[in-house]
Design a protein around this ligand. Sequence first.
Ligand code: SF4
Ligand code: SF4
Length: 494
Amino acid sequence: MNNPRGQPEDWSAFTKAKTTRADPLYESAKTVHNKRIDGPFRRFKWLVMLVTLGIYYGTPWIRWDRGEYAPDQAVLIDLANRRFYMFNIEIWPHEFYFVAGLLIMAGIGLFLVTSAVGRAWCGYACPQTVWTDLFQHVDRFVDGDRNARVRMEAAPWTFGKLSRRIFKYMIYLVIGFWTGGAWIMYFADAPTLTVDFWTGQAAMAAYITVAILTLTTVVLGGFMREQVCIYMCPWPRIQTAMMDEKSLLVTYKDWRGEPRGSVKKAQKSPDEFGDCIDCMQCVQVCPTGIDIREGPQIGCITCALCIDACDKVMADIGRPRGLIDYATLEDCEAEAAGQPARPAWKALMRPRTFAYTLIWGAIGLGLLFALGARSHADISVAADRNPPFMLMSDGSVRNSYTIKLRNMESQPRQMEVTLNGLSGGRMWTETISSDEAAPSQIFDVPADQTLSTRVYVMAPADTMAQDFMLELTTLDEQRETDSSATKFAAPGDK
Ligand code: SF4
Ligand code: SF4
């Protein structure tokens, strides 16, 4: 009998029964000992792994000649000088929209990949996948393939097992350390920082960053592995919402595989059994330890190693490949209904994929155009407003301004600044005396720097308050120009 709130009358007994029941609330994670496999997808995974790790570890060591006034590291995040260098491109803080554009392109690129080939990012190029794969190869190198590792895990602790574990964890630490060490190289000149690091002269932040990244790499890639993908990462949930019945997924074709039976049983009564011989090879090679025959699931990162495994089994028993394959839900239904299988690449040809590609390409072209068209010199002006002007003894009026001349080239430049729209106006600076006052002045701006200087502008008596321009022209072959509008304050100014 229930009380008015809908709870059982004997509520305490009910809750007690719930909390003292024998079933555990959480299942302990089981270590995944995935088996070695060879095949086209595994080879592609090797390639992606080599390329991504090569890029990550090797990029800071690439040199790029930018002349004597700029760093020669191809990719450098120069926090001290607030610059981002990427080969020929140098991004200044006021150009952060380029970085924002690249991030948007990365996001749309992920949408594109997800809508076309499901979780291919997770299966091949995500750092968590790449480093987990690397650590799994270390396990294989030290302890052997799957069966040996399963035996090793179940075996009692002996000197041999202990020394292997220590050796393996030492390799984990070296990988973690290299990963953290490579990261800090993106923020300073790599050869110099390496020497400073090992001689104890690097900044404390460098040692702390390496220590944190060593730890996170070993914990996330070496120990937590697939649990990061299944329980911690939000991306699988987001991707699931982006996929539809036309997205390519790694799929077990149950209408062809079921009912399962051993090779012997299938040979005896071929009509009773499907193509799956229940050999479990697809499960044993899976890096996240799932059984794809149970249907699409969040633990599947679509690495396609089960396709390699199953295709090999099918070849061995003389049945057609593709019992597990990349396929869309729509194609699976058509195939199950007896229609011929459609090549997987045709699933890529659909409006959504084209739309994402168009948007991605348009943003990329826009960024390229903005990069090509941007000026490497500019001027900004701020008028001093306290006092807004000074009336001289001869009736002329003087205003003062702070101008900033930005030179984004990696060499010093001369820039001429000219008054425009202020009749009879002349200017001088803190370093150019008023005797040399003239309608234009020339400034030496160091390479890759912004020159900030005080400028005094004098106009004849009776000049009214008005707007005028300060125009910049670089005195080199490029003859880049820029201008900034400002106001000349005078008596009667409102
Ligand atoms: S590898 Fe293929 S045949 Fe073997 S259990 Fe998996 S689906 Fe069945
Ligand atoms: S089920 Fe297949 S595709 Fe999915 S993670 Fe496992 S091996 Fe990779």
